[in-house]
Structures are given as structure tokens and as C-alpha cells.
Ligand binder design. Structure first.
Ligand code: BJ8
Length: 424
């Protein structure tokens, strides 16, 4: 942090000592995993800066926006349509937490066998560690997995919560339900902000979010080169920050990063020699600062060239069509786009299997690591089907289940190294 934000954090009712401890660990972790990398792109300095100010400057911006009457909306899932929030001049931030801090507090009100992601966001609130949650005027949950669904019932005792109903299947009646939910969400946001969402405001917001998706698609195309021009860790960080940063500023900076990568690809330069085993990750989202597995993989002689997850391609694969005239037509197009999300909470979820295989083939990976958070049933169950589909395409898969603790690092490293050796 370039300056002291203690007064702001105090005003937000953070536990200053515990929060300082968290930032210290985060800084050290970041230094070891990120800053120490060799051949890093200059454009990553922007991401380093954003991360170093993730609880400072960005929170100041949110507070300034609130002082001007803007609302801040926190979300936990890529199903919540940011376009609606932006169309009401509000700001959306991702709240999924990727650290263990607060776990003890969370386990006082949640079962121990709850996934780390849920424990983390509840724990961050209870232990007063997250300035984002404290900045939110509304926290939007969703009925995806059972763990999240029930956790929101508890969470609403601590923060203003609104829950969107997400269908579990993709039949016509499910699409109707989802469209109705988008309308209900629009009404809620209009009521909260006091702003009527018009067709032109919504179209403009769709453009902003689409451009962010497009720049991330470009990044994904460029990173697929051989030799690999950017580490998987760095691309994961870019994706993680896309949930916090101002969308227009983020898009501009990632576009510059892409220009630099393009130049590197043109010169045939990479961060690892040609022939280094290329791997892809698939499964649960990795929220900031969950960098454990990517670090292990890239310290085991492999490079990550894709993430099939919500903090990865699932969030950016599809653009929203904007060719509607009326507000209702645009909301329809929005509903269509979000119905394409292939989260493991859907049944059946054949699209995901097709996407994983298609992605693995087009990225020319030697293997896939399926990443599941312990106690996440949707992804753990689906891992069997993913493995079968990949094996049919002659692509080996390693299934890993873990949480945010560091206790299993050595064990994971042994398994990943053996996998890399096998596919080499
Ligand atoms: S659309 S992946 S962001 S729900 S890891 S909390 S599923 S028990 S995060 Fe997700 Fe939306 Fe789906 Fe994407 Fe539950 Fe599993 Fe925990 Fe999870």
C-alpha cells in the first residue's frame, strides 16, 4: 500500500489488527508466487499495482462513488448480470474469497464440511476482514449449489442479501423462470438505486461488459502460443482482478498487456522453453488469493495454458448479443447469454463436457487437472464424467480435491510432479 488507509478501514468497522495480519501474509505470498517469476511482462505491473491496492485505492474509489450516491453490489457467482447493475449507474464487485482467514469464525455458524469458498466469504464477514463486503449496499446470492443457497440464509443476518433463483435445468420452462428472475433483479436494482434502466443504458452496459470479455478472449488466444508467452498464474490473476477493477480501465490495461504479448509471440519468445508440458485446469473457481495449485503446477515443470472455470473461460466464452431495440428484447438477449453458463449445478450438463474436451484439444494440452474444492459435490461428481470424456479423446486427467490450507502442499506437489512426468 502506498499510503495508510487505517481511518477508512476503521470507518468500515474492520478488525484492524487481524486485517493488517492478512495483508502481510498476502504481500509475502504474492511476492513468492508472482513477483519472483522470471521474464514477466511489463504490463503485469498494472496488475501488481491493483493487487497491492486491492483493499486501499479501489475501496477509496468505491467509497467516493458511494458519497456521490452510487450503490455498490457484491456478488458470488457469474450468473448475476453485471449489465443490469451498470445500467443503473451502480458498481458490481466479486466477493468470492480465496483465503482461509476467518475460517474459525465461519465454522462457528457453518458445518465444518462446507466448501472453503463459502467458509471464506462468511468468515471474512464475521471476522471483519473484507472492506468489499463492508462497502456493499446489497449482496446478491443465487440458488446454485446447496451450500451457497443455505449459507445466504445465515449471511442475511449480517448483511443485506438478495437471492436470485437460478434454474437447475435448461428446458423452455427453466428459461422462462430465468427471464422472470432477470426482471425481478432489474426491479430490485431500480428500487435500490432509484434509477430506471432504459434500453440505451442497458445496451451501453452490455457493450462495456462485452468489451471486457473480448479482451480476455484475446488474452486467451494469445497465451495459447508455443512457447507460452505468459504464465498461467499471471492469467489467473488477470481473471481474478476482472471481478474487482473498474471494467473500462481494466479493459484498456489488459488490451495493452495483449499488445505486449502479441509482440512476444511474434518474436517467438516465451516464459518456458517450447516443449514444456502444457496443462489445463478445469473445475471450481479460484478466487483471490487462491494461487496454490497453479503455483504448484508451474513449479513442477509444466505450464498452464487455460482455465475452464468461472474465474476463466466460463465467464468470458459467450458475449451478449446487443441487437435488440426495446428493453424487453435486450433483457431477452441477456437471459439467453446467461443460460449458456455450464456450471456443474445444472443437470444434465453435457455442454461442459463438450467444452472441456474442445478446449483441451484446441489448446493442445498434454493433460487436464480437475480442481475441486473439498466438499463441493457438484464438481466432485462431475469430475468422473469429465475424466471419461477426456479419456475418450485420449487426454489424461488428474483429479485434485483440496481447500485453502497449505497443509497438503507437499502431497499435491508429489501428485502433480508424477502426473507431469507421466505426460511428458
Ligand atoms: S456458475 S461454479 S460461480 S456457482 S465450490 S460454492 S459450487 S460447493 S462456486 Fe460457482 Fe456460480 Fe457455478 Fe460459477 Fe458451491 Fe462448489 Fe463451493 Fe462453488
Amino acid at each position: 500500500m502506498t499510503q495508510s488507509y487505517d481511518a477508512m478501514w476503521e470507518k468500515l468497522n474492520l478488525d484492524l489488527d487481524a486485517h493488517a495480519g492478512l495483508l502481510e501474509v498476502l504481500g509475502k505470498f504474492y511476492g513468492d508466487i508472482y513477483v519472483s517469476q522470471e521474464g514477466r511482462l511489463k504490463g503485469m505491473e498494472y496488475l501488481d499495482f491493483v493487487l497491492s491496492e486491492v483493499h486501499g485505492l479501489r475501496i477509496t474509489e468505491l467509497q467516493d462513488a458511494k458519497a456521490q450516491g452510487k450503490k455498490v453490489i457484491g456478488t458470488f457467482c457469474v450468473f448475476v448480470p453485471e449489465e443490469i447493475v451498470l445500467a443503473a449507474d451502480a458498481i458490481q464487485v466479486g466477493l468470492c474469497a480465496g483465503a482461509e482467514a476467518g475460517k474459525e469464525a465461519a465454522e462457528k455458524i457453518l458445518p465444518r464440511n462446507t466448501c472453503a469458498l463459502i467458509k471464506s466469504f462468511v468468515g471474512f464477514k464475521l471476522a471483519r476482514l473484507c472492506p468489499y463486503i463492508e462497502s456493499c449496499d446489497l449482496v446478491v446470492g443465487e440458488t446454485t449449489c446447496d451450500g451457497k443457497k443455505k449459507a445466504y440464509e445465515i449471511f442475511e443476518e449480517y448483511a443485506p442479501v438478495y437471492v436470485m433463483e437460478i434454474p437447475q435445468m435448461k428446458n423452455a420452462c427453466d428459461r422462462d423462470l430465468w427471464k422472470a428472475e432477470i426482471h425481478r433483479f432489474r426491479n430490485k436494482i431500480e428500487e435500490l438505486t432509484g434509477i430506471s434502466i432504459t434500453a440505451s443504458k442497458l445496451r451501453e452496459a452490455m457493450g462495456v461488459v462485452n468489451r471486457r470479455r473480448e479482451v480476455l478472449q484475446r488474452l486467451n488466444r494469445l497465451r495459447a502460443a508455443s512457447p507460452v508467452p505468459i504464465s498461467g498464474r499471471d492469467v489467473l490473476l488477470v481473471n481474478q482482478i476482472s471481478f474487482y477493477d473498474d471494467p473500462i480501465r481494466f479493459t484498456e490495461n489488459i488490451s495493452k498487456l495483449c499488445d505486449e504479448i502479441e509482440e512476444r509471440v511474434r518474436k517467438g519468445q516465451g516464459i518456458a522453453p517450447k516443449g514444456t508440458p502444457r496443462l489445463m485446469l478445469s473445475g471450481c473457481p479460484m478466487a483471490v488469493p487462491n494461487w496454490k495449485l497453479p503455483y504448484i503446477v508451474e513449479s513442477s515443470g509444466a505450464v498452464i495454458v487455460g482455465e475452464e472455470s468461472c474465474i476463466g473461460t466460463r465467464n468470458i466464452r459467450d458475449l451478449v448479443q446487443t441487437n435488440g431495440d426495446s428493453l424487453d428484447q435486450l433483457l431477452d438477449l441477456l437471459a439467453d447469454r446467461y443460460m449458456k453458463i455450464d456450471c456443474a449445478c445444472f443437470t444434465p450438463n453435457k455442454e461442459r463436457l463438450e467444452h472441456v474436451v474442445e478446449m483441451a484439444k484446441s489448446l493442445d494440452v498434454k493433460g487436464v487437472i480437475h480442481y475441486g474444492l473439498s466438499f463441493c459435490q457438484p464438481y466432485a461428481m462431475e469430475a468422473f464424467k469429465v475424466e471419461k470424456a477426456l479419456n475418450q479423446a485420449n487426454i489424461p486427467m488428474l483429479s485434485i480435491e483440496t481447500d485453502y490450507s497449505m497443509e497438503d502442499v507437499e502431497q499435491l506437489k508429489t501428485r502433480v510432479e508424477a502426473f507431469v512426468e507421466m505426460i511428458r
